[in-house]
Design a binder for this molecule. Structure first.
Ligand code: NAD
Ligand code: UDP
Length: 336
């Protein structure tokens, strides 16, 4: 089965392509490489023995997308392509809405022309804003987003929901990721952020490998057991498997399908720091700092719906997340 994977050269997309090939699917990748390196393709080939077809281009280029759909008998699309840095989205809202919202509209239009009406979209737990109750279920309120990145994800969810309301033969799957971390267990593929990492795990990994002096822990006065923020970290390989499970279970069923992809378990910043220290064999230097504006105290998923309807459940532990990240970071201290 041929599946078009937008953003397939990126962090989550590349790991998903590996798992897709292992599952007998054929990913066709489209990526403009604005946040990825072409070396990723060789790493996928080295792991799977298959080099996926790759088209360099932008999802906002409708003629380019139309060409891709004309050349291949595509059955479904997994749509990862987008910009994802929260801070940057505040400084560059137009770029974020254009890439994430307009990009998805162009893609959906091109899909409709080609008669491809199955899409799996990379959404985020950020659409829930600051949750009133945890664990967060798929029915928890959405839309109280705090930055343009989060709003772009929420807007795309609304656009795709309206599309389904108007054209009920589409299969639209919104996957709300919690905090993806980790790397392929081989240590040959992983997250390769450009510049100063925004997210906790790549920052810790760069401290561990000596690229940065110490981690700033953003706040230790939250109403959580140790005062630091609590998140639902999910291994990127589990996340990748979640996409395959979604395609298999609902990818051919018309409907609007919404799932949380998390583990159902929260970990604090200090617990992650401690786990990483164990994985790399040395304590991670850190200092307590004020809260980061816009951050919430705690956020973790109810995973019941995904387990029930997709037959999928995350299985990899925090120890595996940190060990695999360390393997990737220590083998590739400067990324790809
Ligand atoms: P990533 O930046 O590593 O991957 C995104 C890929 O899309 C990159 O390879 C980039 O070059 C490509 N891309 C961006 N704009 C494009 C465009 N207009 N045309 C073609 N290609 C384009 O990010 P990721 O961490 O792999 O995230 C994948 C998706 O999951 C994103 O949509 C992101 O918003 C979403 N998501 C990520 C996280 C996370 O913490 N990593 C959490 C929730 C949701
Ligand atoms: N965090 C931190 N220092 C950093 C980056 C993140 O203390 O350099 C904390 C952050 O305040 C939050 C948790 O780590 O409590 C996860 O942050 P991340 O940016 O990775 O994910 P998100 O906030 O989007 O859930």
């Amino acid at each position: 089965m041929k599946v078009l994977v937008t953003g397939g050269m990126g962090y989550i997309g590349s790991h998903t392509c590996v798992q897709m090939i292992e599952a007998g699917m054929e990913p066709i990748i489209i990526d403009n490489l604005c946040n990825a390196k072409d070396a990723v393709l060789d790493r996928i080939e080295a792991l799977t023995g298959t080099k996926p077809q790759f088209y360099l281009g932008d999802i906002r280029d409708e003629a380019f997308l139309d060409g891709g759909f004309n050349q291949h008998d595509i059955k479904a699309v997994i749509h990862f392509a987008g910009l994802k840095a929260v801070g940057e989205s505040v400084a560059k809202p137009l770029e974020y809405y254009d890439n994430n919202v307009n990009g998805t509209l162009v893609l959906a239009r091109s899909m409709r022309k080609a008669g491809v009406k199955s899409i799996v979209f990379s959404s985020s737990a950020t659409v829930y804003g600051d949750p009133e109750v945890v664990p967060i279920t798929e029915d928890s309120p959405t839309g109280q987003t705090t930055n343009p990145y989060g709003r772009s994800k929420y807007m795309v969810e609304e656009c795709l929901s309206d599309l389904f309301n108007a054209e009920s033969d589409w299969s639209i799957t919104l996957l709300r990721y919690f905090n993806p971390v980790g790397a392929h267990p081989s240590g040959t593929m992983g997250e390769d952020p450009q510049g100063i990492p925004n997210n906790l795990m790549p920052f810790i990994a760069q401290v561990a490998v000596g690229r940065r002096e110490s981690l700033s822990v953003f706040g230790n006065d939250y109403p959580t057991p140790d005062g630091t923020g609590v998140r639902d970290y999910i291994h990127v390989m589990d996340l990748a498997d979640g996409h395959i499970a979604a395609l298999k279970a609902v990818g051919e069923k018309a409907g609007l399908h919404i799932y949380n992809l998390g583990t159902g378990k929260g970990s604090s910043v200090l617990e992650m720091v401690d786990a990483f220290g164990k994985a790399c064999g040395a304590p991670i230097a850190y200092e307590m700092c004020p809260r980061r504006p816009g951050d919430i105290a705690e956020c973790w998923a109810s995973t019941d719906k995904a387990e029930r309807e997709l037959g999928w459940k995350a299985t990899r532990s925090v120890a595996e997340m940190t060990a695999d990240t360390w393997k990737w970071q220590s083998n590739n201290p400067h990324g790809y």
